[in-house]
Design a protein. Sequence first.
Length: 140
Amino acid sequence: MAIPEIFEGGKYSDERGTLIFNNNFNASEIKRMYCIENKDTKFIRGWTGHKIEQRWFSVLQGSFVISLIKIDNWEYPLKSLNVLKFNIDSDNFNILYIPGGYASAIQAEKENSKLLVMADYFLNEIQDDFRFPIDYFENL
């Protein structure tokens, strides 16, 4: 079973400027992309989950805390499920992989932060969107 993981990016600088790259990421499964910019750093966008769809997150500007929960039951998940937390920022081109089966909550740590989201299904290609109230899970 797939688990969330970080594909490490990197940064190279010389007299010409800076190159931020990720040579460890294979983007062949990506079908769509969009950006998220939360209204402020107090707002937490979530919980949104997908049984099937995979997603990849990369920060274009600023930094985010991404909280993930492996959902045990999509109708009535346990409220006490463990939360995995990832801090990702725009300092290098790290990409957080989220396999199907997880719900996410997204919080910007800096004003004007921008998160690139990549998905392996087109919008409305499948019906695989599950939402839970932000206060549903106990361990956020």
